[in-house]
Design a protein around this ligand. Structure first.
Ligand code: GDP
Ligand code: ZN
Length: 314
């Protein structure tokens, strides 16, 4: 972009730090900085951040800089609810083709409640999701067993599961193949190996992991984490979301929650009552399926936990 005359264009936000944005005209990787005009906001958005990584924007280039003028409506997005009991939410990434939740069987240990929260968020916002077990090289007999029951639970619920090792490269080619031509979110708690995996997918990438910082006006109650998109050799993009602690849904109805558990959605038509919360109601098909072992008890407990938590926000 060497012309000096003002011009307009369309691009995707690939990085966001404070009030600065990096844009690229995907699938090209022609990074250029941009700023946001104060009044640009997506109508009806509950988010504390007006623009997220993955957003498609219109910009105008004038007087030596690009200014974001408009945000295109989002196809989907993933949010994180603020840690306090407010309804504020932070959009982590928008317009995702696929999400990959990276987990490990140990170091760090994976909490099923965390996994379920993430999966529910993906279901609610219409993002296809795959679970990736990393550090497969560390699976001894005991951890193998743990991986088997983990796969039982989530394959049973209808999710796709992959096993990889960023260290040995096992399974990495298959994953790279899956990412091709898509915008993919990598998520998972800190230490599961997201950066190692991105490096294994494309060793030429320079990963600059920006440390977590608190945004000045929300200090103490809200931590802003920076998300960044990387181009992967062979095509495709990965959005790295460092150290996510909690996902949450905003504004969902209690009766809706079970529809975000695919295995519950499949049987809930047979519940005697509609709507059914699958807690105290007689003739509940979901509870029956849990008792028969057709629905994992762990998943059901996660569901109850989320229902309970939602009560706190009311
Ligand atoms: P992130 O916080 O999710 O980005 O995790 P990192 O990529 O920084 O990895 C955390 C730690 O796990 C580092 O010490 C990595 O070397 C290690 N690690 C990552 N992937 C693997 C793997 O596949 N096998 C083994 N054994 N260690 C791994
Ligand atoms: Zn029911």
């Amino acid at each position: 972009m060497s012309e000096n005359t003002p011009h307009r264009g369309q691009a995707v936000v690939v990085k966001h730090t404070g009030s600065h944005y990096l844009l690229s005209r995907l699938p090209e990787w022609d990074l250029f900085p941009a700023v946001l005009r104060g009044k640009v906001r997506l109508k009806g958005s509950v988010a504390t951040n007006p623009v997220a990584v993955g957003d498609v924007v219109d910009y105008i280039w004038e007087e030596g800089m690009s200014v974001i003028e408009r945000i295109h409506p989002r196809r989907n997005y993933i949010i994180r609810r603020s840690a306090n009991l407010s309804r504020e939410a932070h959009i982590i990434a928008a317009n995702l083709d696929h999400a990959y939740l990276i987990v490990t069987m140990a170091f760090p240990e994976t909490k099923l409640a965390f996994v379920d929260r993430f999966l529910v968020t993906c279901e609610a916002y219409g993002v296809p999701v795959t679970i990736v077990i990393n550090k497969s090289d560390l699976l001894d007999e005991e951890l193998q067993q743990m991986a088997l029951s983990f796969k039982d639970i989530y394959a049973g619920a209808g999710y796709e599961i992959m096993e990889v090792s960023a260290k040995t490269g096992s399974g990495v080619d298959g994953l790279r193949e899956r990412l091709r031509g898509k915008v993919n979110l990598f998520s998972g708690t800190s230490g599961v190996g997201k950066s190692s995996l991105i490096k294994a997918l494309d060793p030429s990438l320079e990963l600059i992991r920006t440390a977590e910082i608190s945004s000045a006006h929300l200090q103490g109650r809200h931590t802003t984490t920076f998300y960044e998109m990387y181009p992967i050799a062979g095509g495709g993009f990965v959005i790295d979301s460092p150290g996510i602690r909690g996902f949450g849904l905003v504004d969902f109805k209690k009766e809706e929650l079970s529809t975000y558990f695919p295995e519950m959605l499949r049987v809930m038509d047979s519940c005697r009552f509609a709507p059914c919360t699958h807690t105290h109601e007689p003739g509940c098909a979901v509870k029956a399926a849990v008792e028969e072992g057709a629905i994992s008890a762990d998943r059901y407990y996660s569901y109850l936990g989320m229902l309970e938590e939602e009560n706190k926000y009311r």
